[in-house]
Design a protein around this ligand. Structure first.
Ligand code: SF4
Length: 380
């Protein structure tokens, strides 16, 4: 089976003020027992064949000792298994060492996602990050010296208090370092984050749009290909693991709070570390919920994921897969959004126009109009 494998490493040295992920600030003695449980979860999952892509996300996977990562990878390299073609690890600046990077290369890790978030010291301090601008530059240079040729830099646009001038300086740093891939996330605060609880305001929508558009313009000028709403890559350096998510390739997630999608079923793990440990210590999968996607959910997902991709998606093949036809009201909405310069439609491929990128969620909602959803609800 062609599938992607995601392994969640939930440990972080601190809780960043904007973060809503399932994380734990337990220290290194907790790491080895967690890896033991991941290995048990992998065994209980009985995955057929090796994954095409592997993504170690978090949390801060770069906190794990390479010896623990080696243990995690062992079952994948066993006879009958094969190492995936793309192996990504997320890393936080300030956590890398030359010896650790050499070990990662030996293990077959070939893509690094470095969580720079900003190059501005004030932004980093306000966001509760532990690293400095110097850490990011030092670690980036260390990665290049170690021979990694597929590095992503993560940036967050619209941090509270972030000034436009300082945001443009972040883009100057991208030009100087020239990573193969850049991800720009617009800050959206979930209720559970520290900032949301402190009622730290985010920028108004039009300022938010300005940050995003400044990044899109600059990255385009620098020769990056914009292939997903938040992602830019040098040709051939698009993230294959994430492309799998957006193209509805099956994926299996292991670890705290991880989600899986296989054969039209979505299931997810508990976000509680003690419940996770308890299940695996009893040799049970640590599942917290599961659902079979209804035709309506499949339609929503196809639009949500399809419109995130800059090349758009084939609306006709979604209709034939689900067995319905688009109602006239839907075409009217598309024409309206086209005339507003927000989408482009050639009768088959629907995609966001550049002006629509920053409004992706609202446009998706608009296109999933009630007449279309009720047609899908009637499909058995
Ligand atoms: S943003 Fe990253 S480093 Fe910060 S708490 Fe969340 S997962 Fe950890």
């Amino acid at each position: 089976m062609n599938y992607g494998l995601y392994i969640h490493i939930p440990f972080c040295e601190q809780h960043c003020h904007y973060c809503a992920f399932a994380i734990s600030t337990e220290r290194s003695p907790a790491y080895a027992p967690y890896v033991d449980r991941l290995l048990r979860e992998l065994r209980l999952s009985e995955l057929a064949g090796g994954p095409r892509t592997l993504y170690l996300g978090g949390g801060t996977p770069s906190l794990l000792d390479p010896g623990l990562i080696r243990r995690l990878f062992e079952p994948l390299g066993r006879p009958g298994g094969r190492m995936p073609e793309e192996v990504t690890i997320e890393a936080n600046p300030g956590t890398l060492t030359d010896a650790g990077l050499a070990a990662w290369r030996d293990l077959g890790i070939n893509r690094i996602s470095l969580g720079a978030q900003s190059f501005d010291e004030t932004d980093l301090e306000r966001a509760g990050r532990l690293h400095s601008n110097r850490d990011t530059i030092r670690d980036y240079e260390m990665l290049c010296r170690a021979g990694f040729e597929n590095i992503n830099l993560d940036l967050i646009a619209g941090l509270p208090g972030q000034e436009p001038r300082r945001w443009l300086q972040n883009l100057d740093w991208v030009e100087r370092l020239a990573p193969e891939h850049v991800s720009v996330y617009l800050l959206e605060l979930e209720d559970s984050t520290i900032w949301a609880r402190q009622e730290q305001g985010v920028h108004p929508d039009d300022t938010h749009a300005w940050f995003y558009e400044a990044a899109a313009d600059r990255l385009g000028q620098l020769g990056y290909r914009h292939y997903e709403v938040s992602s830019w890559a040098r040709p051939g350096k698009e993230c294959r693991h994430n492309l799998g998510y957006w193209n509805r390739v099956p994926y299996r997630g292991l670890g705290l709070g991880a989600h899986s999608f296989i054969d039209n079923e979505r299931f997810w793990n508990t976000r509680s570390m003690s419940v996770y440990a308890g299940h695996l210590d009893r040799d049970e999968l640590p599942l917290d919920g599961a659902e079979t996607l209804s035709p309506r959910m499949r339609l929503e997902e196809a639009f949500l994921l399809g419109l995130r991709q800059v090349s758009g998606f084939d609306v006709g093949s979604v209709a034939s897969e689900l067995g319905f036809g688009y109602p006239e009201e839907w075409f009217e909405r598309v024409r309206f959004l086209e005339s507003a310069g927000l989408v482009e439609f050639d009768g088959r491929i629907l995609k966001l126009a550049p002006r629509g990128w920053v409004l992706a969620s609202g446009i998706t909602e608009e296109l999933l109009c009630p007449p279309l959803l009720s047609i899908c609800e009637a499909i058995l």
